[in-house]
Design a protein around this ligand. Structure first.
Ligand code: FES
Length: 123
């Protein structure tokens, strides 16, 4: 069996929502001290809905695929739903990640949490 699912490869090769939102309502940056990968998440929020989301990931392929999939999962969603996003949901949507790459999906969850926290601190 291939180490990475088709979905992981697809999101790694063609990541969705890459970039910066200049006037973002919430920005979250997190890193993993062990692997040194960094992820930055930008949220544009209107009427309690994630209107737009973009990310920049300086990291491994699984981190890129995880952040891409995570943005797809939260785009257009109400904040209550976004708050509940877990890394397991990201892994499931990617049709799995190897065990030693699970932390890459945790980084995506943490980046979204950090961006939400930033947004809430400004309200
Ligand atoms: Fe650390 Fe992927 S190896 S985020």
């Amino acid at each position: 069996m291939a180490l990475y699912s088709e979905k992981v490869m697809d999101h790694f090769r063609n990541p969705r929502n890459v970039g910066v939102i200049e006037d973002a309502d919430g920005v979250g940056e997190v890193g993993n001290a062990k692997c040194g990968d960094i992820m930055k998440m930008y949220l544009k929020i209107k009427d309690g809905i994630v209107e737009d989301v973009k990310f920049e990931t300086f990291g491994c392929g699984s981190a890129i695929a995880s952040s891409s999939m995570a943005t797809e999962l939260i785009k257009g969603k109400p904040l209550e739903e976004v708050r509940k996003l877990t890394n397991e949901a990201v892994v499931e949507a990617l049709d799995g990640l190897p065990t030693h790459k699970i932390h890459c999906s945790v980084l995506a969850q943490e980046a979204i949490e950090a961006a939400l926290k930033d947004y809430e601190s400004k309200q």
